[in-house]
Design a protein around this ligand. Structure first.
Ligand code: CTP
Ligand code: MG
Length: 239
């Protein structure tokens, strides 16, 4: 599985967040869906694509050994480093641990546990075809309105047709991701493509997948349990 020739793909998995919006409990990446930790789900979906030579996980700084143990099933193809106090910092720390031989780098939220491997493949293919920064995104279903700073009065209805809800994995040519993170300021971005945009460089959009949703709230965890149990049933039907 480990690729050493130039041109391979590596993935960064930021998993060092506390998961405050999920409520009290273990760090989000260590919470379970169907009895399997969210982080294990996320790494499996990357590895199942068959296209990733190395995964570097940014773990909660006080939980690195536990995370290494959790990911032992993947052997040498998964490395674990301590994450930082923001998502951006966690990605930068993992990026430092990727050997130069990897030409394409994905960044994938641990919290998008049930991302289909087909989406991983589609992002890699789009970078390989010549787009140096690629994001998967979905149309926005709700009507979106802008509100005033108090959040109590509408100021405008935004044109939904030009908006997208953005997911991960996001894919980058290695040199561009390094440049984007080197130019990053302390002002945290919630995704890596945002850093490329700040350089004034283009970011390509491909179709996302509903099952690549991010587990953020307790409701998302319920949804993830439902999606996982449906997959289980489908797998049994095909067994
Ligand atoms: N993340 C990280 N390091 C941080 C903060 C976040 O690696 N210091 C990771 C999370 O583990 C998650 C991904 O970035 O996989 C997306 O972030 P988010 O969904 O916001 O997760 P949390 O920050 O853990 O959740 P919350 O904001 O509710 O605390
Ligand atoms: Mg967060």
């Amino acid at each position: 599985m480990m690729s050493t020739s130039r041109g391979g793909t590596a993935a960064i998995v930021p998993a060092a967040g506390r998961g405050e919006r999920l409520g009290p409990g273990a760090p989000k990446a260590l919470r379970s869906i169907g009895g399997i930790p969210i982080l294990v789900h996320a790494v499996r979906s990357l590895v199942s694509s068959g296209r990733i030579g190395l995964v570097v996980v940014a773990a909660p700084p006080n939980g690195v050994d536990g995370v290494r143990e959790l990911l032992r099933e993947f052997g040498e193809s998964v490395h674990v480093v301590p994450g930082g106090d923001t998502r951006q910092r966690s990605v930068a720390l993992a990026l430092d641990a990727i050997p130069e031989t990897y030409e394409i780098i994905l960044v994938h939220d641990a919290a998008r546990a049930l991302t289909p491997p087909s989406l991983v493949t589609a992002v890699i293919d789009a970078v390989a075809a010549g787009s140096d920064a690629v994001i998967p995104a979905l149309l926005v279903a709700d009507t979106i309105k802008a509100v005033d700073s108090s959040g109590t009065t509408v100021t405008a209805t935004v044109d939904r047709s030009t908006l997208r809800a953005v997911q991960t994995p996001q894919g980058f040519r290695r040199s561009l991701l390094i440049k984007a993170h080197a130019a990053a300021t302390a002002m945290d971005t919630t995704d890596d493509a945002g850093l490329v945009e700040r350089l004034g460089l283009p970011v390509a959009v491909i179709p996302g997948h509903t099952e690549a949703f991010k587990v953020t709230t307790p409701f998302d965890l319920l949804l993830a349990e439902a999606v996982w149990s449906e997959r289980d049933k489908a797998a049994e039907r095909h067994a």
